[in-house]
Write a protein that binds this ligand. Structure first.
Ligand code: GLP
Length: 233
């Protein structure tokens, strides 16, 4: 697993420091034109660090991994809202892209998103991981050659992500997500996982067996993956 670098940190904040240093170096060296971004609580300290810094993203095009279907951008649970709140309202990017979960034709929206991604190859992709090992919304069983597509979320994901929704609002059961192949095309992948709930997924990754049942293990096929975690594994 010499293509996989493991960085052990003491806290999510220290993890965010690492990501910051990598970003700074890539930006300073002119190697960061297209950046893949993720949502989720894991990313909050990362984006906080960026917004409090002088990192300059004005020449960077950003692509987000995924979005729920059927939530307006004004809905606080949409990933569009999350990105504006934590990053885009505070840091200017050249362009930002998020799959449109309000599109009338979801297949067409995914095809258009994938075409845009292919025209703008990702230099770095930031990733979190779901408790069931999903990356973006690529649930267990997602084919390795998948590109951007609509997905039915699993019970596990609905349970975990449901905590952010009010009781009277149903969590969407469908989402749009970059596929595993879309993610794997990135030049460099940074994956962050903090806390005991992520232990099982990281352990499966480090065991080294590539299986569709745990999407994160597909990253073992990639040439440049950095895992940043506070877990002793
Ligand atoms: C969602 C997102 C994933 C993210 C995961 C973990 O399912 N689609 O991209 O990695 O949540 O979120 P958290 O960082 O809140 O644990």
């Amino acid at each position: 697993m010499e293509n996989l670098k493991l960085i052990k940190v003491e806290s999510p904040e220290q993890g965010a420091e690492h990501v910051f240093r990598i970003m700074k170096e890539e930006l300073d060296n002119g190697r960061l034109d297209v950046l893949g971004l993720a949502t989720g609580s894991t990313m909050i300290p990362v984006y906080k660090k960026w917004t409090e810094s002088d990192l300059d993203f004005t020449q960077v095009t950003a692509f987000n991994l995924d979005e729920y279907v059927g939530l307006e951008a004004s809905n606080p649970n949409s990933y569009d809202y999350f990105m504006k709140e934590h990053l885009f309202s505070k840091k200017k990017f050249k362009e930002t892209h998020i799959p449109n979960g309000m599109a009338t034709n979801l297949d067409e929206e995914c095809a258009a998103y994938e075409a845009l991604l292919q025209a703008n190859p990702l230099d770095i992709q930031l990733l979190g991981v779901g408790e069931n090992g999903h990356i973006a919304f690529n649930e267990p069983g997602t084919p390795a050659d998948s590109v951007t597509h609509p997905v039915e979320l699993t019970e596990s994901t609905l349970g975990v992500n449901g905590q952010y929704f009010d009781n009277n609002e149903e969590i969407p059961k469908t989402a749009l997500t970059m596929g595993i192949a879309s993610i794997m095309r990135a030049e460099k992948i940074l994956i962050l996982a903090f806390g005991e709930k992520k232990r099982a997924a990281l352990k499966t990754l480090l065991e080294g067996n590539i299986t569709l049942e745990c999407s994160i293990t597909q990253l073992l096929h990639h040439q440049d993956v950095t895992v940043i975690t506070d877990l002793e594994l």
